[in-house]
Design a protein around this ligand. Structure first.
Ligand SMILES: [Cu+2]
Length: 169
């Protein structure tokens, strides 16, 4: 249920709110299931990703199968460091408002609060937020830009290195 809510990010919704992906075309864009070149399994632990370095080719579309094997809520968010630092402010707000708890996400509260404040929602094309034991899929088309990283922006996690660095081949 949660996965469905978090992965259903329609283009119209993203236009009304804002997409971190759209702010910088350089990080690539949401990919299509019809164009997947490769599938990569990513596991989330407390607080790191496995693997933490992934090599990708320019214009490659990768299907990420993401599994939260940790005991905390984690995020998989594709962007650059500037975007991640900006997104961390929203995540802090979601913690303050008890939308994101240490080991769960209050979906009803997220839905209610995002009606009046879009930053309280979490439906971005470049991101998945997962509870412990949960899994999800994110398809991404990479450009040839450097400095792309997937990060968990749950407060404190980025700071301890919960980051995947993408290396362009
Ligand atoms: Cu995390």
């Amino acid at each position: 249920m949660l996965n469905k809510i978090l992965t259903i990010a329609t283009l119209s919704l993203l236009n009304i709110t804002y997409s971190y992906a759209d702010k910088s075309m350089q990080i690539g864009s949401k990919g299509s299931a019809n164009n997947v070149d490769r599938t990569i399994v990513v596991e989330m632990y407390d607080n790191y990703f496995q693997p933490n370095v992934i090599e990708v080719y320019s214009n490659e579309t990768i299907k990420f199968e993401i599994i939260n094997s940790g005991e905390f809520v984690h995020e998989f968010n594709i962007g650059n460091s500037m975007m991640h630092i900006e997104h961390q402010k929203d995540m802090e707000k979601m913690i303050e408002n008890e939308i994101i708890l240490v080991d769960s996400i209050d979906e009803d509260r997220m839905y209610e609060m995002s009606k009046s404040d879009h930053s309280m929602g979490h439906s971005h094309s470049n991101s998945l937020l997962l509870e412990p034991g949960d899994s999800g899929v994110l398809i991404w088309n990479f450009t040839n830009a450097n400095n792309i990283e997937a990060a968990c922006n749950v407060p404190g996690h980025y700071d301890v290195g919960m980051i995947i660095n993408f290396k362009m081949m």
